[in-house]
Design a protein around this ligand. Structure first.
Ligand code: 13P
Ligand code: SF4
Length: 324
């Protein structure tokens, strides 16, 4: 990577990354991009990754559905998944012959941790014959007990694809609620929540609207129902990005993990972002130094036991067939 390329990256993100920080980021970004080529690796990053990762080293930055689909089609030998553990596991399920690395094995998710395979077996006993739809924010063990996975980008479409009058939808209670408002299929939900999105309130949104007349409010469907009803639009992280890009509102509030506003702001300089800041501590475990170390030493490889992988793969491939 030439110093010109590095300068170009900084020019892009200078509004959200202070110069003093860039001095530390630039040399490691250069090393990662060089190593990526040498090792034939691809870096897939979630939209919540910090700007120096999202704009500096990622080959693809996207929502969890697009990351899964990109993992399936990559020709690279190694996938470095900059996001949380379930995303890396999903990448491995989508493309089992690849080496999938995650820069920090402890990058978890409160939703994925809210339910076990045993819990799903218990639900299936309680509701015999009712199909199980699992959010991708689940472990491979839970996916193995699942008929079909979904993300927030295709949850309603996946539920309706089953042609049943009832589905078990887990683990996110609020996403289940959002799906229920958009379908006639009866949703049986679980009590999981996202520790980031559950903190937002409808009152907070209304207060921000009063202070910022004309502001557009777009929310992630993991938010509580009063937040969704106080918003102009709800959708997956990539649908939120698309909304801003296409509609170019004067002022916008993204009701989601707040790093995403920085990433989107960089690409939409004419839009003003109001940023109440709820960070995902798991997503923030991923740093440039950890990306470099895991790629250099090929550590933190995702391994899934054969039986679980075989069963879990079916549910993610079925989701991929449905698409967005
Ligand atoms: P998306 O699928 O919308 O990117 O969301 C993933 C996630 O973990 C949101 O908290
Ligand atoms: Fe999980 Fe919430 Fe973090 Fe997304 S933001 S990874 S749902 S804890």
């Amino acid at each position: 990577m030439t110093s010109q390329n590095l300068d170009r990256i900084y020019e892009k993100i200078s509004s959200v990354v202070p110069e003093i920080e860039w001095k530390f980021h630039a040399p490691i970004i250069e090393k990662i991009n060089k190593l990526k080529k040498e090792k034939d690796a691809v870096i897939l990053a979630h939209n919540y990754q910090t700007p120096e990762i999202y704009h500096g080293v990622a080959d693809i930055s996207a929502d969890s559905l697009a990351l899964a689909l990109e993992a399936a089609k990559t020709k690279a030998k190694i996938i470095v998944l900059c996001g949380v553990h379930f995303m890396a596991e999903t990448a491995k399920l989508m493309n089992p012959s690849k080496k999938v690395l995650i820069p920090d094995m402890q990058a978890g998710c409160s939703l994925a941790e809210s339910i076990t395979g045993q819990d799903v077996r218990m639900l299936k006993e309680k509701y015999p014959g009712v199909p199980v739809v699992s959010y991708v924010n689940t472990s491979a063990e839970v996916k193995a007990e699942t008929d079909i996975c979904c993300t927030s980008a295709n949850a309603v479409k996946v539920v309706e694809s089953l042609g049943t009058d009832k589905v078990i939808f887990l683990p996110d209670h609020y996403l289940a609620n959002y799906v229920q408002k958009n379908t006639k299929v009866k949703i049986i939900s679980w009590q999981g929540t996202c520790m980031v999105h559950e903190k937002f309130t409808g009152k907070e949104v209304e207060d921000i609207r009063k202070e910022n007349p004309g502001i557009k409010v777009i929310a992630h469907p993991e938010c509580p129902p009063d937040v969704i009803s106080a918003s102009d639009f709800a959708g997956s992280t990539s649908s939120m990005v698309k909304y801003v890009k296409e509609k170019q509102p004067k002022k916008v509030l993204l009701v989601t993990e707040c790093t995403m506003s920085d990433n989107v702001q960089v690409e939409n300089p004419n839009v003003q972002f109001v940023k109440p800041c709820n960070l995902c501590p798991h997503m923030k475990k991923i740093t440039l130094n950890k990306i470099y170390d895991c790629l250099k030493n090929e550590t933190n490889e995702i391994k899934i036991g054969h039986n679980i992988a075989e069963m879990a793969r079916k549910s993610v491939l079925r989701m991929a067939e449905i698409g967005r």
